[in-house]
Ligand binder design. Structure first.
Ligand SMILES: Nc1nc2c(c(=O)[nH]1)N[C@H]1C(S)=C(S)[C@@H](COP(=O)(O)O)O[C@H]1N2
Ligand SMILES: [Mo]
Length: 199
């Protein structure tokens, strides 16, 4: 008996249940940054949630490390068409930061050290769908990939996963972030190929 893999040509064949349309699989981890990598020290790192009323709540690095840790294993999909399966992270679910916040907001604008921003509906950050992660593949998250900590929202294109995350502004009205102001789709669902505005 022989094991035959039809059509195998040395490149991982995309499994359509795991890999969204128009994506290919990669084993390495490309770095995509719109500007220089900011060097953020954990001693001064803060993560701040600001409500539409201007109320703020901040967490230090020590606060973050004391929160319930999860180890999400997720598939990620970049709009430039690479996908990576079963990536392993460690961090804190956004539910821990947002559940006690008094807000009527439907939208969130995430901001990063270095000035990057990205927007998404608040509900996409809740119910175990998003994390602040500080470890990748069993190691500290490197600065190139967003260390000391980044957002991870794997069900949307990876540009929504802000590196060097600094805070979240809760908003009553949607406000486009950096790429969303430059032609990328407002929502960015990889399964519906929402790459660019109008798609
Ligand atoms: N702060 C910040 N976050 C960012 C970006 C960026 O330029 N700045 N690029 C986004 C894009 S387009 C992608 S595909 C992913 C890339 O993450 P990686 O470099 O770890 O692969 O980060 C996203 N988060
Ligand atoms: Mo991207």
């Amino acid at each position: 008996m022989s094991i035959v893999t039809p059509g195998f040509k040395g490149r991982a064949r995309p499994d359509p249940s795991r890999v969204p349309p128009g994506q290919y699989l990669t084993r390495d981890f490309p770095v995509l940054s719109a500007g220089p990598t900011p060097r953020v020290r954990t001693e001064t790192w803060q993560f701040t949630v600001t409500t539409e009323a201007g109320e703020q709540k901040s967490w230090s690095w020590a606060d973050l490390l004391a929160m319930p840790m999860e180890k999400p294993k997720v598939d990620i999909h970049c709009v430039t068409q690479w996908s990576k399966l079963d990536t392993t992270w460690q961090g804190v679910s956004l539910d821990n930061f947002l559940s006690d916040v008094d807000t009527a907001a439907d939208y969130a604008l995430v901001s990063s050290y270095g000035g990057y921003t990205t927007n998404l509906p608040l509900e996409d950050l809740l119910d175990g769908q998003a994390w602040i992660v500080h470890r990748y593949d069993g190691e500290e998250l490197t600065p190139e990939h967003g260390g000391p900590a980044r957002l991870l929202v794997p069900h949307l294109y990876f540009w929504k996963s802000a590196k060097w995350v600094r805070g979240i502004q809760l908003l009553l009205d949607d406000e486009p972030g950096f790429w969303e102001s430059n032609g990328y789709h407002d929502y960015g669902d990889p399964w519906r190929e929402q790459r660019y505005q109008g798609s």
